[in-house]
Every structure is written in C-alpha cells, then in structure tokens.
Design a protein around this ligand. Structure first.
Ligand code: KG4
Ligand code: ZN
Length: 336
C-alpha cells in the first residue's frame, strides 16, 4: 500500500513515499525536499506569494525524484496525501491541488492531513519508534503544545502557548540581533560561544502551575536588552543569544517535566523544528534519564517540515482506521 505525501504549508516543498503494506510501522521508501530559505532570506521572512509560486515549480520534479529513489512508478501509488493545514493558504492550495489532480488522474483516493499530526508522528520514521501512550512536546515556528497521545488520532491538549510559539521566539530574537532568517539555528549556533548567564531574561509562566506557555514577553525583554546595549550589542551578541536560548529551553524543559509528572507517563516525544535544538535535546535527555523517562526525537533532518511526516501520518491514520481516503477531489485547505 503505497502512500505519497505532499507537504507545502510554508517554505519547504516536501514529497515522500511510504509503504504501509507490511506489518508494523509504515516504511519510508523515499523522500525529497526543496527548501525556499535562500529565496526568502533577502526579505527577512517568508513571502507567501513567492512561496506558493515556488511550490508550483518544485512539487512535480520532487515527486518524480521520490519515485525514482523508490524504484516505483506513478500508477503504483494507492493514496495521495497532502497537508490540509494549518499554514499559508496559497502554499497549502498548491499541495492540495496537485494531490487531488494526481488522485483524479490516477483514479486513486486522496487524504488531507493536519500538519501538526505530521510532526507529532514523525518519530515513527526513525529507527527507534515510540510506543503509545506518550507525552508530546510540539515545538515549531507556529505552535508550542504539550499533548497526551493515547494512539493515532487520540490526542488531548494539555497546554499551549497563549501568544508566540517557541520557534517564533527564536526567530524574532534572532532577527532583532541581525542574525537573519530562519533565526533558530543561527541563534543557537552563536549561543555556543556565549555565556548563558550573562543576561537575566524572563521565563514567562514558568511557575503558572499549568502547562501553558508564553514567549511574547521574552522577545520584548530581548529587544529592551539589545537597545540598552546599543553599540555594545555586537561584542555581546553571543552572550545575549546564549541567554535567550537558555530561557526558552528552560521553559520547554520544566513544562515538559510537569506534563510527564501530571500524566504519570514515562515516554516523551519531541517534534517540530525547535526539536532540532541541541541544548533542548541535551537538557531533556539528562532530566529524563534521571526520571526513567524515554525521549524520542525525529531524525534531525525530519524535525523541520518535510513530506515524509505527511505520508507517515496519512499511512498511520489509514492503518488505524481513524480516517478514510476519499475520491472527493473538490479540495479545500484549512490555513488556521
Ligand atoms: O516545524 P518547522 O519546520 O515549521 C513549522 O511548522 O513552523 O519549524 C521551524 C522553526 C523555526 O522557527 C526555526 O527557527 C526553528 O524551527 N528551528 C530551530 C532550530 N532548527 C529549527 N530553533 C532552535 N534551534 C534549532 N536548531
Ligand atoms: Zn512544521
């Protein structure tokens, strides 16, 4: 049972093929990705119209590339899955339109997937897939959520950000330090040369007693600090980056531990772009090892947006019987 997955919600065009025919977890047969980061760099962020146009240019060549990698042909595809949302409307429409056109022309059903469910299930693509139930920390550019995951499609939201996402906190802080876009990896790299204790930045909602997050105040504090430094920002940049990263990571760590305690679960899955952050991984690994908790991450290259997670989520939803593919090719998307 071959499932093709297409991801086009933001600035990465991703296509992948999984085989859901055998026993156990579906198997990744091939995946290809085109990142638009270079294209958007000059503008300091994603330009939606440019993103849509580039998805149009890339999606079919990537599809052929994936089929070539897997040694398969178009007619062998059984289901065409795509990201239905959330994301940029125009960008989503490209993936949905292509998926439905492919489905219609091949006479095969299609299936729309929630982007975050793709991230959530992405650790199943790795060599060490988690077992249900687990706590999930979803940390991307647009979302920060803690969830209790009982099985495919069975998710309870435990807490989420009330304003900015963790990735946004990285990106916006990086931008006002002049580190470019996307800021997360750049800020994290610079932070390695800095002193994380140099600046006392706030840890919003750290002691709120619930599992919600807030990062808007942190971004403002970074801005205030940068302005105060003025000419001195340049030589202190690494210190400010390290202090910012430490504040974000501490909040994510403490809230994840609180979620594990509250649920009594002994497994944690960390997914989404910020899950690639090395400091977060080190601190979570150390804290969880002490508590007998196993932590699962997606492979590093599958932390950020990709088609493999969409194909995997679709295959797992089909296998679990929580969603059926359909032949209604009159698609729509859900940007929010
Ligand atoms: O999951 P993702 O690719 O896209 C969304 O669905 O939003 O996440 C992108 C986010 C960006 O905010 C990026 O700065 C952040 O993940 N990110 C990182 C790292 N790698 C990516 N943040 C901190 N450290 C990293 N190593
Ligand atoms: Zn994402």
């Amino acid at each position: 049972m071959l499932v093709l997955g297409i991801e086009s919600s933001c600035d990465e065009t991703g296509v992948a093929l999984v085989d859901a025919g055998g026993p156990g977890v579906p198997k990744l047969l091939g995946h290809a990705l085109h990142s638009q980061v270079r294209m958007h760099e000059a503008y300091g962020g994603v330009v939606p119209e440019l993103a849509s146009r580039d998805h149009i240019r890339r999606v079919l060549p990537l599809t052929h590339e994936v089929l070539r990698q897997a040694g398969r042909s178009l007619p062998e595809i059984e289901t065409v899955a795509y990201t239905r949302g959330p994301g940029l409307a125009g960008a989503l429409l490209v993936g949905a339109g292509v998926a439905c056109a492919l489905g219609a022309s091949l006479g095969k059903p299609v299936l729309g997937v929630h982007h975050l469910e793709g991230h959530l299930l992405s650790p199943f693509l790795g060599a060490d897939p988690p077992q249900f139930p687990f706590v999930a920390l979803l940390v991307s550019g647009g979302h920060t959520q803690l969830m209790r995951v009982e099985g495919v499609g069975d998710y309870e939201l435990l807490g989420e950000t009330i304003d900015d996402a963790a990735g946004e906190a990285f990106d916006k802080s990086a931008k006002l330090m002049g580190l470019g876009y996307p800021g997360g990896p750049a800020l994290s790299k610079l932070a390695q040369q800095g002193d994380a204790k140099a600046f006392a930045l706030p840890r919003p909602l750290l002691h709120s007693g619930d599992l919600d997050f807030s990062f808007a105040g942190l971004k403002t504090a970074v801005l205030t600090q940068a302005r105060k430094l003025g000419d001195q920002l340049e030589p202190r940049k690494a210190d400010l980056a390290a202090s910012t990263e430490a504040a974000i990571v501490e909040v994510l760590l403490k809230k994840s531990l609180a979620a594990l305690k509250q649920t009594g679960l002994k497994r944690l899955v960390v997914a989404g772009g910020v899950g690639a952050n090395q400091l977060l991984r080190e601190q979570l690994n150390a804290a969880c090892a002490k508590r007998g908790v196993r932590v699962h991450y997606p492979e590093l290259d599958l932390c950020t947006d990709n088609g493999a997670m969409i194909a995997m989520a679709a295959a797992m939803r089909l296998a679990a019987g929580v969603q059926e593919a359909n032949r209604d090719y009159a698609f729509d998307v859900k940007p929010r």
